[in-house]
Design a protein around this ligand. Structure first.
Ligand SMILES: Cc1ncc(COP(=O)(O)O)c(C=O)c1O
Length: 353
């Protein structure tokens, strides 16, 4: 695949900013740095951070089993999604494909970048509708966003699903695996390791308990990584974030422990929700949240809000009528949620209860 021909015209011609640190390579205590107008007073933050985040990429490369050259780090995965629009899509001309209901930022970023969004709604069981997809794709479809496991539905898509999409289009398929570590299914990284059409995105925000550091990463063809590096702001990941990420990655056992704890808590939460008479359905979830259909989600949402608990009302999303998306919290938080829902049933759900 010729990546260059797929780039937005101005990006093909773009010469990226050459920062002081990228020209001089890794920092070294023996060298006197008077090149970047930094302060000489050492406090751990007086120097610009490594623009290539090489220490983090080296560690991730080992844990993911991919070459460090295939990793791109972003200020949250949202930055990476935005950059993909900026490098591959011609504003006012190109389009992208999404599968609603799904993560809302794909559409927001498309709008920001003046890119049309084409929708191929999921079937009612949240599977892909390939017939519909085929009729929608055209030669200007540059990106296909497949969120797996999907937010807000909680289900995952398979290697086979991606292969079927590939048969229908040569657009880049962006597989958003923000929730993959909570899934019993494998990441799709390995299945498409050397496939330049596939870009996988993961994040530190969910299973790594670090939404606050704003760090996401893409696993993509080296040539795409090079273009992303050219377009990103030179120091897009702060020193504080890089330090925090390294600490997290050195303490991998804690991440693994936290994931199994969330899965245990999810199970307990599910058991509590099942007992409620106004819960119609809990959808299977490969994530750290549950999509729950209530008899009247709007009233339940308001009741929870009144008791100081915020969940996400997804009722207006396709196939999600009366659905609330509930993040798995701590045992105490989940217990308070169940307590409040029981109260609601006792006090307000008299008509149905
Ligand atoms: C599917 C999905 N992708 C990406 C993100 C954003 O992740 P980040 O915090 O890395 O920007 C989210 C956040 O909720 C998400 O649900």
């Amino acid at each position: 695949m010729k990546i260059d021909e797929r780039l937005r015209k101005n990006i093909r011609r773009l010469k990226g900013y050459s920062s002081a640190r990228s020209e001089n390579g890794k920092q070294n205590d023996q060298i006197i740095y008077l090149d970047a107008n930094e302060s000489p007073f050492e406090n751990g933050l007086n120097r610009y951070p490594d623009p290539g985040q090489s220490a983090i990429r080296d560690l991730l490369s080992i844990s993911l089993g991919v070459k460090a050259e295939k990793l791109f780090m972003g200020n949250g995965s949202d930055e990476i999604l935005d950059l993909l629009f900026r490098i591959f899509c011609e504003p006012g001309k190109d389009n992208v494909l999404v599968f609603p209901p799904t993560y809302g930022m794909y559409e927001v970023l498309a709008n920001v970048n003046d890119i049309k969004v084409k929708e191929s709604p999921l079937n009612e069981d949240f599977s892909l509708n390939f017939e519909k997809t085929t009729t929608i794709l055209d030669k200007n479809t540059k990106l296909i966003f497949l969120c797996s496991p999907n937010n807000p539905t909680g289900n995952s898509f398979s290697v086979q699903d991606v292969k079927r999409l590939k048969k229908r289009s040569d657009a880049f398929i962006v597989i958003d695996e923000a929730y993959i570590d909570f899934s019993s299914k494998d990441s799709l990284i390995k299945a498409f390791n050397n496939d330049p059409q596939i870009i996988v995105i993961q994040t530190f925000s969910k299973s790594k308990s670090a939404a606050g550091i704003r760090l996401g990463y893409a696993i993509a063809d080296e040539r795409i990584v090079n273009v992303l590096n050219k377009v990103k702001l030179p120091y897009n990941v702060s020193q504080l974030s890089q330090n925090a990420a390294l600490n997290l990655l050195y303490g991998r056992e804690k991440i693994v422990q936290n994931i199994s704890e969330i899965l245990r808590l999810k199970y307990i939460l599910q058991e509590g929700l099942i007992t409620l008479p106004n819960v119609i359905k809990i959808y299977p979830s490969d994530t750290n949240f549950l999509l729950v259909k209530f008899r009247n989600a709007e009233l339940v949402y308001q009741h929870l809000l009144d008791s100081g608990i915020v969940v996400r009302d997804r009722s207006k999303e396709l196939h999600c009528l009366n659905c609330l998306r509930i993040t798995v919290g701590s045992l105490e938080q989940n217990n308070l949620l169940i307590k409040s829902l029981r109260e609601y049933v006792r006090e307000k759900d008299i008509v149905f209860g």
